[in-house]
Design a protein around this ligand. Structure first.
Ligand SMILES: Cc1cc2nc3c(=O)[nH]c(=O)nc-3n(C[C@H](O)[C@H](O)[C@H](O)COP(=O)(O)OP(=O)(O)OC[C@H]3O[C@@H](n4cnc5c(N)ncnc54)[C@H](O)[C@@H]3O)c2cc1C
Length: 340
């Protein structure tokens, strides 16, 4: 039986360092302990928070329920051919350590996703993405436990309904499953993805055909370290808002008013705007309220240097959303999930 810790401070378990107390906290090391934790929550009628690295949540207040910290470990090659390897990874593994493991062993595809904080089990929740690659590009399937029925279910790429920072686990199946493992399909032959301009610039001194996945990973790490505050020193959850996707017609009208508008094409109908640019233009870069700040070097990141309560962070987020709405008529959507 895993240890259920009552009245547990989860400040160290969320990268915004928000002080909050959970009624109960339990760390689970394997699927059996996970089932026992779920049974405890059912018997005691406790709301659940499934927690990985806590790098994409905002705690609005104390959590009146059970926090299950997924710490399951393990990694297995489940299939292999001349070109690919299928790697099954337990949910509690650390994402970046996995990226390093794959590079050390000659399995490629994760290099652009280097240094994203958090656990493997959380990666499908928002289809993590960075520098031109998303989890869905290397995803094969996942296993998840249905919280109500206790049944283990396999989800294919299609059934996960991945989108930009989206999956079915944030929508129709929100809070209904615990992801227990993720299987990735990785390349045995290096094939680097260099569509992202900053990445190409960083590697401009190497002939494109000679760029290795290890060099891509090193470049991604260097860019991230130069742009993003380390949560260990300045608490944050990375991008606080999603880049808004708007219809082309609306974009054309906005661009007449704001010729510098930063945007990326999505398809024939939609354009993605850079949320950081909108926030910067609305005058928030480097500013804040009550000890919570918009990061000076990257306006998409809210930081919590004074380790204030989640409600203050959410107040700042609301003010930013209102400013951007007023100036551009565009509604920003938060990326992290809010609990309770
Ligand atoms: C500095 C910094 C940079 C970042 N950069 C990026 C980036 O480039 N791209 C990107 O996509 N994200 C980025 N993020 C966000 C974050 O790292 C990812 O979303 C990551 O996948 C969250 O993992 P986690 O284990 O910390 O999840 P948590 O914060 O613990 O949980 C996030 C959500 O997933 C759910 N969840 C967690 N584990 C499971 C599970 N096993 N089963 C079911 N539900 C689960 C939680 O209930 C919660 O709703 C960044 C964060 C920081 C702090």
């Amino acid at each position: 039986m895993p240890l259920f810790l009552p009245h547990f401070n989860i400040q160290k378990f969320n990268t915004l360092a928000v002080p909050a107390v959970a009624d109960y906290f339990v760390s689970v090391q394997n699927d059996e302990e996970l089932r026992e934790a779920l049974a405890f929550a059912k018997t005691e009628k406790l709301p659940l928070l499934i927690l990985g690295g806590g790098s994409n949540i905002v705690l609005r207040a104390d959590f009146p329920g059970l926090v299950i910290h997924v710490k399951t470990r393990g990694l297995d090659i489940v299939a292999e051919n001349d070109e690919h390897v299928w790697l099954k990874v337990e949910a509690g593994e650390n994402w970046h350590q996995l990226v390093e493991y794959t590079l050390d062993n000659g399995y490629y595809g994760l290099e652009n996703l280097s240094l994203i904080p958090g656990s493997v089990g959380a990666a499908p929740i928002q289809n993590i993405g960075a520098y031109g690659v998303e989890l869905k590009d290397v995803f094969a399937e996942l296993a998840a436990l249905n919280i109500q029925s206790g049944l283990m279910v396999t989800f294919t790429k299609e059934s996960c309904q991945f989108g930009y920072r989206e999956s079915i686990f944030k929508q129709a199946l929100k809070d209904q499953y615990v992801i227990t493992s993720v299987t990735l399909k990785l390349n045995k032959t290096p094939a680097v993805s260099l569509q992202y301009p900053a990445l190409r610039t960083a590697l401009a001194n190497i002939p494109p055909r000679e760029i290795s996945p290890g060099q891509v990973s090193a470049a991604v790490i260097a860019i991230r370290q130069s742009k993003l505050p380390d949560p260990q020193t300045i608490p944050n959850v990375g991008s606080f808002f999603k880049n808004p996707v708007i219809p082309k017609g609306q974009f054309e009208v906005l661009r007449m008013q704001f010729p510098q508008l930063v945007s990326y094409p999505v398809d024939n109908l939609y354009i993605k705007l850079a949320a950081g640019w909108l926030i910067d233009q609305a005058g928030w870069r480097g500013r804040g309220i009550d000890g919570v700040r918009v990061h000076q070097d990257q306006a998409l990141v809210l930081t919590n240097p004074d380790k204030r309560e989640g409600k203050v962070i959410l107040q700042l987020a609301d003010r930013i959303i209102a400013s951007v709405q007023e100036m551009f008529g565009v509604t920003l959507e938060m990326e992290p999930r809010v609990y309770p």
